[in-house]
Design a protein around this ligand. Structure first.
Ligand code: E4P
Length: 217
């Protein structure tokens, strides 16, 4: 499973990239607003840190606007993936971009039918939002399972990018459900490494090693 980090914070991206765990980055207008940075500048900087896919979302909601903005974003760096909303205009823009060789992340997916449409028009990634479905008492993870089955039934190559991940459990469940990618907030990525038995076991090893009085170097 590939890991993308869901943030526009440069320090978090740099730190995580150094761990070797990061395959890409996703941003959205809310995350860019939170960063306080100029959109195109921050996308350029992220692309210079992470060589993998970096999703940058269009602001327009009409086809012509999405095409103009998407082409502009795609020129920022070779690894930009243009993110468009799952609307009829967004799907039409996806079809156009896929013919032009521009990679597309179709976002705000909340149903299997929406995911089917995105695959039909050649989306590179489909982003089902797990947490936001859970928030309204629906089963976000079932959506991942349903999309996996539909894509496998027809050998669609669109990658399932599990989004709106809120917990370490979400990551485990998305991996079990066959998501190709998870886009995860920085704090949740670090939590994946945590285990109380690892912590207590390491404390004991450090203590016992000190008692030997030895040094490896
Ligand atoms: C990623 O592409 C999405 O924009 C993001 O995961 C949304 O997460 P949220 O529901 O926690 O805002």
């Amino acid at each position: 499973m590939k890991f993308f980090v869901d943030t526009a914070e440069i320090k978090d991206i740099r730190d995580l990239y150094e761990t070797g765990l990061l395959d890409g980055v996703t941003t959205n207008p809310s995350l860019v607003a939170k960063s306080g940075r100029n959109f195109k500048e921050v996308i350029k900087e992220i692309c210079s840190i992470v060589p993998g896919p970096v999703s940058a979302e269009v602001a327009a909601t009409d086809y012509e606007g999405m095409i103009a903005e998407g082409r502009t974003l795609a020129k920022i760096a070779d690894n930009v993936v243009v993110k468009v909303p799952l609307t009829i205009d967004g799907l039409r823009a996806t079809k156009t971009f896929s013919k032009e060789g521009i990679k597309i992340n179709v976002t705000l997916c909340f149903s299997p039918n929406q995911a089917l449409l995105a695959a039909k028009v050649g989306a590179t990634y489909i982003s089902p939002f797990i947490g936001r479905l859970d928030d309204i008492n629906l089963d976000g993870m079932q959506l991942i399972r349903d999309i996996r089955q539909i894509y496998d039934n027809y050998a669609f190559t669109t990658e399932i990018l599990a989004a709106s991940i809120r917990s370490a459990n979400h990551v485990t469940e998305a991996a079990l459900a066959g998501a190709d990618v998870a886009t995860i907030p920085p704090a949740v990525i670090y939590k994946l490494a945590d285990h109380p038995l690892t912590k207590s076991g390491l404390e004991q090893f450090v203590k016992d090693w000190k008692a030997t009085g030895q040094s490896i170097l």
